[in-house]
Ligand binder design. Structure first.
Ligand code: FAD
Ligand code: PHB
Length: 388
């Protein structure tokens, strides 16, 4: 029988960072991951990190490369048809760092490998005894059954993980909105069309031009939920993106072979409570935001930072007030990010069956956003995560 203080399911950014923060506070943990290390490192996802989150990553000792290589942005562009408007963050003393989740995961894995690396390719993780004082994780690894006794279990296993399902159905409430479209994303070695991100609302659908470096672009176009990746050649993707951008930007867009191409469905989802007995949910296991607001990774980091502080209070001060308050405090922050992400999604995308009134509402919202100083300030607060 093995033992640890905190058993962590999942080695995405939330599981890895929680384990890292706990170690720095002298708290032991074990991370169990279903996939291989290469698979986890191969996933291309988020790219935009809030300054407050960068501060947490520095505190965790994993921000050296991010500080060297991350691109600091002080504004973002919103394009509506041919109209282009820049929203400036600097005047609100906020900024964002563009740094790929893949790179952050690599940095976290390296930090963890130096002490206690996750256990990869574990199968059939089962969560037991969370209502008692000795929760246990059972799993199979390399054909052998194992049991890990824990003081607490952290469910950091993403939306499709097992931890949320361990909360009894009569306790767990879920709130969900599924969007009738997805995002088709391409990563390519092409210089970004613009030095800052461009979010575009177009009659053909939403488009986003993001980046990973001065020479690598990450771009997305809104697509049908049942879109067939095989039918999206690179040329078709670039042509569609070009068609949705203002002419001046489209003219500078260079085609390049895709290094990665994938479709992500869009969803808003909140589970509550985030704690049941000795199980705590964090990151995508607890909530999903549509990627439009660039909030998912940022929320995950803030969740585990809060959770790590709660474990520290438990172990070093013998005080459980932060563990007891985790769910309510995190949910307030989560709902605010849900609101922003759902709103930005609703104004920038083309919805099937959308009426001319719906279209008028979208355009009026975007007009207000770019032309009202108060609306811009509220956007900057939410988008950069600088709200109090
Ligand atoms: P995950 O990264 O999903 O990690 C969960 C881990 O648990 C996985 O490794 C999984 O294999 C493992 N696991 C699952 N089940 C089990 C099991 N039964 N046993 C063991 N292990 C298990 N967020 C932003 O903040 N900014 C952005 O710009 C942004 N852009 C995005 C763009 C796209 C296209 C997508 C899809 C997402 C984007 N996000 C963004 C969201 C962000 O990627 C996620 O919120 C983030 O990955 C959440 O991290 P996590 O560790 O909670 O979950
Ligand atoms: C990304 O760079 O992948 C990215 C940026 C902003 C978003 C979503 C994704 O809103």
């Amino acid at each position: 029988m093995q033992r640890t203080q905190v058993g962590i399911i999942g080695s995405g950014p939330s599981g890895l960072l929680l384990s890292q923060l706990l170690e720095r506070a002298g708290i032991e943990s074990v991370v169990l991951e279903r996939r291989s290390r290469d698979y986890v490192l191969g996933r291309v996802r988020a790219g935009v990190i809030e300054q407050g989150v960068v501060a947490i990553l520095r505190e965790a000792g994993v921000a050296a490369r991010l500080d060297r290589e991350g691109l600091v942005h002080h504004g973002v562009e919103i394009a509506v048809g041919e109209q282009r408007q820049r929203i400036d963050f600097a005047s609100h003393t906020a900024s964002l760092v563009v740094y790929g989740q893949t790179e952050l995961t690599k940095d976290l894995m390296e930090a963890r490998a130096a002490s206690s690396a996750p256990l990869f390719e574990v199968e059939d993780v089962v969560v037991e005894g969370i209502e008692g004082t000795r929760p246990r994780l059972r799993y199979r690894h390399l054909g052998t059954e194992h049991a890990l006794d824990c003081d607490f279990i952290a469910g950091c296993d993403g939306f499709h993980g097992v931890s949320r399902k361990a909360i009894p159905a009569n306790v767990l409430k879920t709130h969900e909105r599924v969007y009738p479209f997805g995002w088709l994303g391409v990563l390519a070695d092409a210089p970004p069309v613009s030095p800052e991100l461009v979010y575009a609302r177009h009659e053909r659908g939403f488009a986003l031009c993001s980046m990973r470096s001065a020479t690598r672009s990450r771009c997305y176009v809104q697509c049908a939920l049942d879109a067939d990746l095989a039918k999206w050649s690179d040329a078709r993707f670039w042509d569609e993106l070009r068609a949705r951008l203002p002419t001046a930007l489209a003219a500078g867009l260079q085609d390049a072979p895709s290094l990665e191409k994938s479709i992500a469905p869009l969803r808003s989802f909140v589970a509550e409570p985030l704690r049941h007995g000795r199980l705590f949910l964090a990151g995508d296991a607890a909530h999903i935001v549509p990627p439009t607001g660039a909030k998912g990774l940022n929320l995950a980091v803030r969740d585990v930072h809060q959770l790590a502080q709660a474990f520290v209070a438990h172990y070093s001060e013998r005080r459980d007030h932060l563990l007891d308050g985790y769910s309510a405090t995190a949910l307030r922050r989560i709902w605010r990010a849900e609101r922003f992400s759902a709103w930005l999604t609703s104004v920038l995308h083309r919805f099937p069956g959308q009426t001319s009134f719906d279209r008028g509402m979208q355009l009026a919202e975007l007009d207000q956003l770019v032309n009202s100083a108060a609306a811009r300030a509220a956007f900057v607060e939410a988008y950069t995560g600088s709200q109090p």
